[in-house]
Design a protein around this ligand. Sequence first.
Ligand code: DMJ
Length: 650
Amino acid sequence: MHAPSRPDYVSVHFTGQQTGSYNNGKQWRRQSYWRKWKQLSRLQRSLFLFMLVLLFICGLASYSSVTKQLRGFTVREQETESNILQKPFKPHVLPEPVKQGQDPLLEQLSQRKLSNKRGPPVLLNRLQKKGNASNILSEVKVADIKKEGEEERVISWRGAVIDTVQATDGTKDGENKEDSPGNRNVNQSKVLETERMEAVREAFRHAWKGYKEYAWGHDELRPVSRSYSEWFGLGLTLIDALDTMWILDLKQEFEEAREWVASELTFNKNVDVNLFESTIRILGGLLSTYHLTGDSLFLDKAKDVGSRLMPAFNTQSKIPYSDVNIGKGTAHPPRWTSDSTVAEVTSIQLEFRELSRLTQEPQYQAAVAEVMNQVHKLEGKLDGLVPMFINTNSGQFTHQGIYTLGARADSYYEYLLKQWIQGGKKENQFLEDYLQAIEGVKKNLLQKSSPNGLVFVGELSHGQFSPKMDHLVCFLPGTLALGAHNGLPADHMDLAKELMHTCYQMYVQMETGLSPEIVHFNMHQGSIRDIDVKPADRHNLLRPETVESLFYLYRFTKDRKYQDWGWKILQNFNKYTKVSSGGYTSINNVCDPDYPSPRDKMESFFLGETLKYFYLLFSEDADLISLDKYVFNTEAHPLPIWPPAEPQPL
Ligand code: DMJ
């Protein structure tokens, strides 16, 4: 070390060797440092001390923040790991209901402010690349049991994992991919099947726990406030869930619910019900439960409610009103219009036709057949696509010029195909209308997004194309696949696979891994991302359509990627919508994993449809509700395909 010639800066030089023996080296060094120190000017000494203090303070500050981050990250990792290994389906992520007197909004806001999960820039970058921190381990674990060689190119967009591999892979329908390289072996498959089906049963039990404790006998559970809401006052969730419990083999739960139906359920009530909703959920649920169990209680109840719904058809045009008072036997349209919704009046047929077949009373089937005959002949379609409204006085389409496969039209297309299947593929009018409509979809509504070329179904408004797609449209891949399975053109299956991939992207590209209610696709060349979500469309109502389609696609292709996709979706429902005290809630914002914002409602279709389709998707047993014996109504209630020899009621 050289003595500085009193410069105004501190210069510290270390030399490799010093003279002096090894024995007295320490003492020599001490004396030498002291001498050097004394040689420094006061300014140099002050500067040196100041820098030491500064270094010490910085050291202290960064130590505490680094340990905090490390601790936070480790806890999240541990949580995720224990989620997978010990209690995989109980990440109780939603807040407990607020105590009485607390303002829920204030509580939510303060929770939001307090949550500091974003982390320092380095961690944030990592999250942006890989998705949520707590997802990282689950991704790895799932990958462990995924088939080797299953390539999914992953790119990132707003913290999301994006699968850029197209769904279509040239697999022949029904071909079992078990033997192909990179697939799971038989043992792995069995373990996975059991684990996943059990996870669905667990999810159902959890949902049922909330319903039983806080909403028993009422229409819908409000899980966050531990209360309920009424729509028709008919125990909607309980009836919608009956056949799900039967299929999931939840005997005790089923027996308790049956007891309620036997002793409490009455339709002799002065209540207005929506014809479509009560037909698909209540009549459909009772009929399917009757078929699965053979218990005449459910048929009696089905007859009762079916006959009480009939006044809806007493209109000038025979196109039914939307609402019926099942106690008084009166019916009426909504207060603001005399129109009914096209999807509603054309998606009650499977149920009323089956009611006629079982009771040998033709009036039910006659009423719904009249609607189909009229709609078949109506002017105002575009290449088989129907408008959204129909007038109950004139029997004509109204608000013409708008075409969608989403809300208000969706299940018209579904029931064309399914009536044809239900009746043994003899009623050609349904088939013709269905085939024409699918051609109409291809010609007018099908487009590809940019940059990744996702095939989607948009909407048409007076000749103007809109790249808007409702989550509801995700029933279509399943319906197309069902048609192809029943002998319709093979390109329907190709389209089904493309759309299935798109519907999955609507989940996987969101920060929570859950789809919003509505998306908009980008079509301009050079777009950065394929999917945009408007603030008003960010909610998720626990809807079933994508899971439903995954079920059909898996049944017909045996391609396990569909099961894996469903598994990821189920995990995200568990992560973001499960309420610790029981039940699942719809959420307001699928784009904010830190605060998905519970809406405090568990729709009956979550138990009636979503969980049922998850269970059937994960099952390898194609005879568990065989698609060659049953046709599902639009609320996932399986009804029998009519035996060929049986005389039809009409
Ligand atoms: C259900 O009631 C039915 O699936 C209907 O066809 C559409 N809406 C809900 C589920 O999203």
